[in-house]
Design a protein around this ligand. Structure first.
Ligand SMILES: [Zn+2]
Length: 269
């Protein structure tokens, strides 16, 4: 914890000197706690992710931090893809997809720049529970115009107010600072692909992950980004643990995402 405080203070001082003040989303290096989070997920290969993991200032709270790692490219016309896993703490195996894609990018010459946040809900992961510390559902907590209108259930608790959860504010800080052209959220256990994006795009043919458009909801990431901002969101719903999606299919999916990001021209839907 002392490391965070010291590093954060140094970064804040530098930012103040540079005149960025509160606008800054400085990166804090944070490898040790990244490894601790990863170790808590059984049978996950992090593929060297933690060696370069960083944390935004907005992504630290009360001893927990949300790590991210970038894969940069200098390819002409590169777009930006943001991938997030473990929205719900009881879906730990969803972190495997960002780690697999991170590993794969090291073996190819990527067309796009990628940012990975394998665990956006580290407190839920620690508690083995779906929601945040206050049991809010991050995927109903985004500050959409109609936040909270889907009502409250124990499973779909939108939180005390729009973006009341620090995890949601961390995701928003990434959306602001990384400015993605496409966003991928990995969930479980329904075993489908749900694309909030242009209807003309044909989904990849993956038998373990058939395409099914479920629509968006007040406070959901899809409504916040696609419906209100025209940024496509792919929700990958993995099957329950123990059911298998072949690695080659997840790689096919990564290529499809890269192609969508590359070709899509941001516009209001
Ligand atoms: Zn989920």
């Amino acid at each position: 914890m002392q490391n965070y405080v010291t590093r954060t203070c140094i970064l804040i001082s530098l930012c103040a000197l540079a005149g960025f003040g509160a606008m800054a989303s400085a990166n804090i290096e944070d490898r040790d706690s990244c490894r601790k989070v990863v170790r808590s997920i059984a049978q996950i290969e992090e593929a060297g992710f933690c060696d370069s993991a960083e944390v935004l200032q907005e992504c630290v709270s009360d001893g927990a931090s949300i790590h991210h790692g970038d894969f940069l490219t200098s390819a002409a016309g590169a777009k930006r893809v943001l991938v997030m896993g473990v929205f719900h703490g009881d879906e730990p195996h969803t972190a495997a997809v960002p780690f697999l894609w991170f590993k794969r990018l090291k073996q190819i010459n990527p067309r796009n720049t990628w940012r990975f946040i394998p665990v956006i809900n580290p407190v839920g992961l620690r508690k083995h529970s779906r929601g945040t510390e206050t049991d809010a559902d991050i995927n109903r907590n985004f500050p959409t115009k109609d936040w909270g209108r889907s009502g409250w259930t124990k499973r779909r608790n939108p939180g005390k107010g729009p973006a009341s959860e620090w995890e949601t504010r961390c995701a928003l800080a990434h959306i602001r600072s990384f400015n993605p052209d496409m966003v991928v959220a990995v969930h479980a256990p329904y075993g489908i692909l749900d694309f909030d994006g242009p209807k003309t795009w044909r989904m990849p043919d993956i038998s373990a992950l058939p395409s099914r458009r479920l629509g968006t909801y007040p406070g959901s990431l899809g409504r916040y980004l696609w419906v209100e901002r025209g940024i496509p969101v792919l929700t990958v719903e993995l099957p329950a643990p123990g059911r298998f999606v072949p690695e080659k299919d997840l790689i096919l999916l990564q290529d499809w995402i890269g192609t969508v990001a590359k070709r899509y021209r941001k516009e209001k839907p």
